[in-house]
Design a protein around this ligand. Structure first.
Ligand SMILES: Nc1ncnc2c1ncn2[C@@H]1O[C@H](COP(=O)(O)OP(=O)(O)OP(=O)(O)O)[C@@H](O)[C@H]1O
Ligand SMILES: [Mg+2]
Length: 241
């Protein structure tokens, strides 16, 4: 087991957002967390990244284990640079006044003179040729889809082994949405472990091996993606019948 969320309780001030959440991710898997607005999906990812409040809430119970060790006292920058976990946040958060290339290189600051940086950059331009064409363009002039590619590329530039994505399909036209998920699948085949949070549950379950359904801070269903796709309750509530 690579990552294990164990009976996790987290609070924003006095309001509890996760009530005893448990799930796990094995090395090399794609796992999806699905659920309605406000279910606690982003909160879960932010908790793993150890973002400080108010971005992420305070853990009031339970644990988050990565390779068997608790993440609770790990600094956010160490989660990225030492444990090689990266987040593509909801809403992308790229630096609009910087170019594509500057955004990508900013993510490598902790890698010093790692000779693999240029190889990783080439790989990202391979995966997203549009970013290569636009490498000197200011990021706030990119289309929404291109910005999402940049957000994924930036996370990959940290040389992550585990990638967390919060709603990567948001705002993308169907074609780009499928392309994004195809790219995730390809990265996974090369060994990247992926946790993807999605409102487009059907699409997410088509690429993930397993899924968990979150409802108001708790897991209410889980299983192999096929089983969830065919589960009448899940279908009715999350897959449009
Ligand atoms: N910074 C914050 N301060 C207070 N409450 C918060 C904060 N961020 C989230 N919450 C609350 O925590 C709960 C879970 O929110 P979260 O953003 O994790 O949901 P989500 O599943 O990602 O929803 P969505 O699909 O809309 O992105 C919600 O009730 C939300 O209002
Ligand atoms: Mg969210």
């Amino acid at each position: 087991m690579l990552l294990s969320i164990e009976n996790l309780y987290v609070k924003y001030g006095n309001i509890e957002a996760l009530h005893g959440l448990s799930f796990h991710v094995n090395e090399g898997e794609i796992v999806t967390l699905i659920g309605a607005n406000g279910a606690g999906k982003s909160t879960t990812l932010k908790s793993i990244m150890r973002l400080p409040p108010p971005e992420a809430p305070k853990v009031s119970g339970g644990d988050i284990l990565f390779k068997g060790k608790s993440l609770l006292n790990v600094e956010p920058h160490d989660v990225v640079s030492k444990l090689h976990i990266a987040l593509v946040p909801e809403g992308r958060h790229i630096f609009g006044n910087l170019t594509v290339m500057e955004n990508l290189m900013l993510a490598t600051y902790a890698r010093k003179n790692d000779p693999a940086i240029s190889r990783d950059l080439e790989r990202i331009f391979d995966l997203f040729p549009r970013l290569a064409e636009r490498r000197t363009q200011r990021s706030d002039t990119l289309s929404g889809g291109e910005q999402q590619m940049l957000a994924v590329g930036r996370a990959l530039m940290t040389s992550c082994e585990v990638l967390l994505l919060d709603e990567p399909s948001m705002g993308l036209a169907p074609l780009l949405m499928y392309e994004m998920f195809r790219t995730l699948k390809e990265l996974n085949r090369e060994g990247l472990t992926i946790i993807v949070v999605e409102q487009n549950a059907r699409l997410a379950l088509q690429v993930a091996s397993r899924g968990y359904v979150l409802d108001t801070g708790e897991i209410v269903a889980q299983g192999p993606s096929d089983a969830l796709l065919n589960d009448p309750e899940v279908k009715k509530a999350y897959l449009g019948g």
